[in-house]
Design a protein around this ligand. Structure first.
Ligand code: SF4
Ligand code: SF4
Length: 87
């Protein structure tokens, strides 16, 4: 279930890998097939199973403030029992 996702500012990233090490879900990797404007392999989200929780640990770990975190609001179940009103 998708709970969160991140956007990484590719051209500000210096490929230090701190966010990769910090992510408890292991869903950030350095893009070995890309080189950014400064010659670094930038970090990217690799999360095909939607495991990102939006915890923001990666954003806190990044020394260059490259990561924006998005978090889904809690889902309201359509078939949840209605709350009865008291008289
Ligand atoms: S928000 Fe949390 S789970 Fe998502 S990529 Fe960042 S550290 Fe990993
Ligand atoms: S911590 Fe920041 S600068 Fe370092 S790899 Fe991750 S996004 Fe790039």
């Amino acid at each position: 279930m998708l709970n969160g996702w991140i956007d990484i500012h590719k051209d500000r990233c210096k490929g230090c890998g701190l966010c990769v090490a910090a992510c408890p879900k292991g869903v950030i990797a350095l893009a070995e097939d890309q080189v950014n404007a400064h010659g670094y392999h930038p970090a990217r989200l690799e999360d095909p199973e939607g495991e990102c929780t939006g915890c923001a640990i990666c954003a806190v770990a990044c020394p260059d403030v490259c990561i924006t975190v998005y978090r889904m609001p809690k889902r309201v179940e359509a078939d949840a029992p209605a709350v009865a009103a008291s008289a």
